[in-house]
Ligand binder design. Structure first.
Ligand SMILES: Nc1nc2c(ncn2[C@@H]2O[C@H](COP(=O)(O)OP(=O)(O)OP(=O)(O)O)[C@@H](O)[C@H]2O)c(=O)[nH]1
Ligand SMILES: [Mg+2]
Length: 418
């Protein structure tokens, strides 16, 4: 399988599980059958680059007594990629530190944790890092070898014992590989076998060989683990998304049912009231037009029109209360006019005034009138802010579910061996 397809798949999963971006990057490395990677980690000037040079048997990395290695550099030797990382410094969180840590975590199969013997105990930052590396070993099977470096700088073996004991008190049972790069170099250059043995480098090399032989199995374990973990997390996510979708849809349906119910009951109630009011009226005076002489007199026609208008207003107020209780107040933005008082759903559906019996009958007492009101109020209900927000939330959740399903397919692509 091409690495572009794998990258695309990893990208799709990372967009759904951003917290897994690092593991996905690691998976890419684990799937590309590259040579095993050995990385040094530790504080600056503790002899990391020197140690790598001795292990490789050549000066592949720059060494100096000031802060030397500032970015990652690597060298492939005998089928192993050796990675020199900048020292972890006191200024926590610097760019160098982050890069060193990233290398230690991401690229390496084996970490050489380097601590200079003359420093004595491990400091807090080293202890934290070692604990994290150990937790990672338990989880992924990646090994860390702890190297006590520059031991020639200690006065004698007794002092070496003291330093070892002090570190053992900090991390009981820790296996320390005591080395001196300087002795090793002198032993090589002077052909002094004893010095070479005493440098601890050959013993460390042997230990590294054992660990390197385990890398393929460790990688297979780690790969399976990461795929399993990511798969489980994706499944969990999808289940959670389905649950929230279900809840949202149920809320949507329930709100609508309650609105329909409240609306039809208020419409039925005001229709009954208006019907009773109309039946109680006698002769219809409203259709008799007022004449000029009636201008300042209370005529039967005026009284009737006032009566009808009041009944109509009361019905509107009762319906409006139900609408407001369900968040249906203003008409959608695009329908609004500058006359604010006209921007209510009530006015959009019912109009401003009704003065004639026949209009009231048509609106409230005929089934088609009541159905029209119901239909139009429901239309505005679905366009109300709350309902639109809920619909948008449902659409978002559905889109997330689609993305998770896509990520699950992408994971299958990654599971298929190259
Ligand atoms: N005496 C002694 N000096 C050493 C030994 N190893 C390294 N040094 C010296 O310690 C200094 C730092 O060594 P480096 O290998 O550059 O240390 P580093 O950890 O890579 O340092 P940074 O790259 O700055 O993080 C140099 O001056 C080395 O010559 C050793 O075994 N014995
Ligand atoms: Mg260095």
């Amino acid at each position: 399988m091409s690495s572009t397809i794998r990258e695309q798949a990893a990208h799709e999963i990372a967009s759904v599980l951003p917290q897994r971006a690092h593991d996905l990057a690691r998976l890419q490395i684990l799937s590309d059958d590259s040579e095993p990677v050995v990385t040094v980690v530790g504080k600056y000037n503790h002899g990391k680059s020197s140690l790598l040079n001795e292990l490789l048997g050549r000066d592949a990395f720059a060494v100096s007594d000031r802060r030397e290695t500032v970015r990652l550099s690597d060298s492939v030797h005998d089928g192993v990629r050796w990675l020199d990382a900048p020292g972890l410094d006191a200024d926590v969180g610097s760019a160098d530190d982050r890069e060193a840590l990233r290398a230690a975590w991401l690229k390496s199969d084996i970490r050489l944790f380097v601590h200079a013997a003359k420093e004595g105990e491990l400091d807090a930052k080293e202890l934290t890092l070692l604990a994290e590396l150990d937790a990672d070993r338990v989880r992924t099977g990646r090994q860390t070898l702890v190297v006590l470096s520059q031991v020639d700088q200690l006065a004698d073996d007794a002092e070496l014992q003291n330093v070892g004991a002090a570190i053992d008190r900090q991390m009981p049972g820790i296996v320390l590989n005591a080395v001196s790069s300087m002795r090793h170099r002198k032993g090589i250059e002077g052909g002094k076998k004893l010095l070479l043995e005493k440098s601890g480098i050959p013993a460390l090399q042997a230990m590294l060989q054992t660990e390197l032989a385990r890398v393929p199995a460790a990688r297979a374990h780690e790969r399976a683990l990461l795929l399993r973990e990511i798969g489980a997390q994706l499944q969990q996510l999808r289940a959670a998304q389905q649950t929230s979708l279900g809840i949202l849809q149920k809320t949507q349906q329930q709100q609508r049912r309650e609105f329909d119910r409240d609306l039809s009951s208020v419409i039925e109630k005001v229709a009954r009231d208006i019907d009773a009011m109309l039946n109680a009226l006698g002769t219809d005076h409203a259709i008799v037009p007022d004449t000029a002489k009636d201008a300042y007199m209370i005529t039967a026609g005026k009284l009737e029109r006032a009566h009808i208008q009041i009944a109509y207003s009361r019905a509107c107020i009762e319906i409006d209360a139900v609408l407001a209780a369900h968040g249906v107040i203003a008409i959608p933005l695009e329908q609004r006019t500058v006359a604010k008082s006209l921007n209510s759903v009530m006015i959009a559906v019912m109009g401003v005034s009704v003065k004639l019996r026949k209009d009231l009958r048509r609106m409230f007492c005929e089934a088609s009138g009541r159905e029209r009101m119901q239909r139009e109020f429901i239309h505005y209900y679905e366009l109300s802010d709350e309902r639109k927000a809920l619909a948008a939330q449902i659409a978002d959740t559905e889109a997330s579910i689609a993305a998770s399903a896509q990520a699950a397919l992408a994971l299958r692509t990654l599971e298929a061996r190259a």
